[in-house]
Design a protein around this ligand. Structure first.
Ligand SMILES: NC(=O)c1ccc[n+]([C@@H]2O[C@H](COP(=O)([O-])OP(=O)(O)OC[C@H]3O[C@@H](n4cnc5c(N)ncnc54)[C@H](OP(=O)(O)O)[C@@H]3O)[C@@H](O)[C@H]2O)c1
Length: 206
């Protein structure tokens, strides 16, 4: 399911082209790690964000993302400005909140596209926050912003899996799982998602 989310979010919503610059958060997660690798296969320059240094190392040295940053150690907007001073074409958002707000306002180019996949920064908000200042940027830059519900593409999943299986066999696509032993650890595994304890897909082995 996360692989299908990555595939359709990138291919159907963002339609990557060679040379496009893609901003990606949650880049070492189950969805993000596949998005970044597919984007590389399609010739994009990937600017990726993760929450710890071992994830940074994996994304940079094994997955081959072009620029990888630990967002807990840098100001994400400052480093995007440094590596892409003229802006970016694409944004795949797994986090929402201030990322969504800042990247749409400051870092997407005219006619840029954003795929809204997850909003983990907001899932536990007690009140609904409104981000009206993005509206003007969406309008003036004529951006395309679209949400994805992976089940919408259910009938095309086999096509996506056939293509991605081929990439896995060719060594172009790598996957990682974080396995928790025992059904009784379900609670801590779930909370771990919000603390960045998993790399790739979090799995509970019962
Ligand atoms: N739209 C759909 O159909 C669909 C389908 C599947 C998943 N999703 C959503 O897509 C997103 C990614 O899913 P996934 O399965 O690949 O999850 P995941 O990335 O494996 O797990 C969550 C990761 O998010 C990062 N994170 C947590 N809180 C954060 C914060 N406040 N700011 C920045 N990063 C934070 C953590 O990594 P770090 O160490 O890097 O912080 C954590 O490991 C989730 O939001 C999920 O709900 C949507």
């Amino acid at each position: 399911m996360p692989g299908a989310t990555a595939y359709f979010g990138l291919m159907n919503l963002l339609e990557p082209k060679k040379g496009d610059k893609l901003i990606l958060n949650g880049a070492a997660g189950a969805v993000g790690s596949v998005v970044g690798q597919l984007a590389k296969i399609h010739g994009c320059e990937v600017i990726a964000f993760v929450g710890d240094d071992s994830k940074l190392d994996w994304c940079k040295n094994e997955l081959g993302f072009d620029h990888v940053f630990n967002y807990k150690k840098v100001d994400f907007s400052e480093v995007i400005q440094r590596v892409a001073p003229d802006g970016c074409e694409l944004f795949f958002d797994n986090v929402g909140g201030n990322w969504y707000h800042t990247i749409i306002n400051k870092h997407l180019k005219k006619y840029g596209k954003a795929a809204l996949c997850g909003s983990i920064e907001n899932y536990n908000d007690k009140e609904v926050k409104l981000y009206p200042s993005t509206n003007n940027s969406i309008l003036s830059k004529e951006l395309r912003i679209q949400g994805i519900i992976v089940n919408t593409f259910a009938k095309d999943w086999p096509k996506a899996f056939t293509e991605m299986n081929q990439y896995i066999r060719e060594g172009k696509l790598k996957v990682k799982e974080t396995t928790y032993e025992g059904f009784e650890n379900m609670r801590s595994a779930f909370y771990g998602l919000f603390k960045g304890e998993n790399t790739g897909k979090a799995i509970i082995k019962a």
